[in-house]
Write a protein that binds this ligand. Structure first.
Ligand SMILES: C[S@@+](CC[C@H](N)C(=O)[O-])C[C@H]1O[C@@H](n2cnc3c(N)ncnc32)[C@H](O)[C@@H]1O
Ligand SMILES: [Zn+2]
Ligand SMILES: [Zn+2]
Length: 319
């Protein structure tokens, strides 16, 4: 965990309906809040800045647990299949396959999407910018922001993702990874190697988009890519992005508005819109740019691909 990160993060514990937001002090392998007394563990160099509750019994659980110790139900945990989707989606062009079936549609179908989004962000960054990538997964876009910004934090609520992001973006290790040929009936894996990018002005933390562990007016730029249609409360995550942005700061949000979690959070159906700009309060934000129909092509099964069309909007915090 980098010093810049320790300086930027704040206590996300809710006290009487408000986030504590007190600075945190590192003591051994924990970050401690002297105001509300909450301690946050650091796992493999990654601070876990969200409280994890079992979605079945609402009791506290440990990050990464496969089973709840209280009610013993299995917890959703991304398996190798899910992880391998992100190796390909985020780093397809950088993978060196050591074994691959010829029929397998090569990876990197998503590359044009990441290039397009990076190119839209770059003009809003400079050598002093502090940027945040919310829902960063394996950190591809955090890495792209770090090429121009002073410092970038990628945040995601899943430790297995953040841990991959940190290793790939910040180390220079060469690792062998397994890519699953999704859709094959047999467990069919290919091997590939991936070299880390060794970027040192980027760091990753575990946290929740609904309770961002940062003070208000912290960031110059916030990115939210393919996140908003998956969160429980889209409005709250937009409010949180506004809160942590500096006045005059810019947010790029892009999404297919696919509402992938519709079954998980049916009560929120009235909040789900079909135009990203509908989420933004015109008193708080000014629209700088709006782009529609950005293709996001990915491989579904070994021989099938499909395309989503994303909207992207760039907005400035004006209040
Ligand atoms: C579809 S992926 C998008 C990843 C990346 N931004 C991209 O565009 O390739 C959505 C990511 O958001 C994360 N996520 C979902 N809900 C979240 C929340 N409430 N707080 C933080 N991250 C969240 C997921 O773990 C996942 O990594
Ligand atoms: Zn606190
Ligand atoms: Zn439980």
């Amino acid at each position: 965990m980098k010093d810049e990160t320790i300086n930027l993060v704040r206590c996300p514990n809710e006290v009487e309906g408000k986030l504590c937001l007190s600075p945190l002090e590192r003591i051994d392998n924990e970050l401690k809040c002297s105001k509300c007394g909450t301690n946050y563990i650091i796992v493999e160099g990654i601070p876990i800045l969200r409280e994890l509750l079992c979605r079945f019994c609402n009791k506290p659980i440990v990050e990464g647990s496969k089973k709840c110790p209280h009610c013993e139900k299995s917890l959703p945990y991304p398996g190798p299949e899910y992880l391998s989707i992100y190796y390909e989606a985020h780093y397809g062009p950088y993978l060196n396959y050591t074994s691959r079936d010829d029929r397998f549609i090569p990876r990197a179908l998503t590359e044009d999407f990441y290039q397009t989004i990076s190119n839209l962000c770059i003009p809003y960054l400079n050598e002093n910018s502090i940027a945040l990538d919310i829902g960063c997964a394996f950190g591809r876009l955090s890495m792209e922001l770090a090429k121009k910004a002073a410092f970038v934090i990628g945040i995601d609520y899943l430790l297995p993702f953040v841990s991959e992001a940190l290793r790939i973006v910040c180390s220079e290790d060469i690792r062998t990874i397994r890519i699953r040929d999704i859709g094959s009936i047999a467990e069919n894996f290919f091997e590939a190697s991936l070299k880390g990018f060794g970027i040192n002005n980027c760091d990753f933390i575990v946290g929740d988009a609904h309770d961002l562990p940062f003070d208000r007016n912290t960031f110059d730029f916030v990115l939210s890519s393919n996140l908003i249609d998956r969160v429980e409360n889209p409005q709250k995550t937009i409010y949180e992005s506004w809160r942590v942005l500096k006045k005059g700061g810019v947010m790029l949000i892009t999404d297919p508005l696919n509402w992938g979690e519709i079954e998980k959070h049916p009560s929120n159906v009235d909040q789900w819109k079909c135009n990203l700009l509908d989420f933004f309060d015109r008193k708080k934000w000014k629209t700088l740019s709006e782009i529609d129909g950005i293709p996001l092509i990915f491989r579904h099964y070994s021989r099938h691909k499909s395309t989503l069309y994303n909207q992207a909007v760039i907005v400035e915090k004006i209040e």
